[in-house]
Write a new protein. Structure first.
Length: 113
């Protein structure tokens, strides 16, 4: 069974940076597209960034140029480097195995102004 565990969230001031990590187990990680999503209070969950097994990426317009998704297939890890953070980036961030549909438990990111 696929398991995903996120880490790296926290409280940061506007303009700061955080790196989220997602550790995957129970699947052939290297073959699966992976994504980072976020959900702010009162809002729907939205795609932030995704990466294919081959390393192709796509981003939400709101984070282009600030966030970078990457993966380490040897370690079954996917990362989200978040720079120039804004208060509107505050949300719970979730990792998703797009192939299996499995979600992680989420990690809180709070950006203070």
């Amino acid at each position: 069974q696929v398991q995903l565990v996120e880490s790296g969230g926290g409280l940061v001031q506007a303009g700061g940076s955080l790196r989220l990590s997602c550790a995957a187990s129970g699947s052939i990680f290297s073959l699966n597209a992976m994504g980072w999503y976020r959900q702010a209070p009162g809002k729907q969950r939205e795609l932030v960034a995704a990466i294919t097994s081959g390393g192709n990426t796509n981003y939400a317009d709101s984070v282009k140029g600030r966030f970078t998704i990457s993966r380490d297939n040897a370690k079954n890890l996917v990362y989200l480097q978040m720079n120039s953070l804004k208060p509107e980036d505050t949300a719970v961030y979730y990792c998703k195995d797009i192939f299996t549909g499995r979600w992680g438990q989420g990690t809180q990111v709070t950006v203070s102004s």
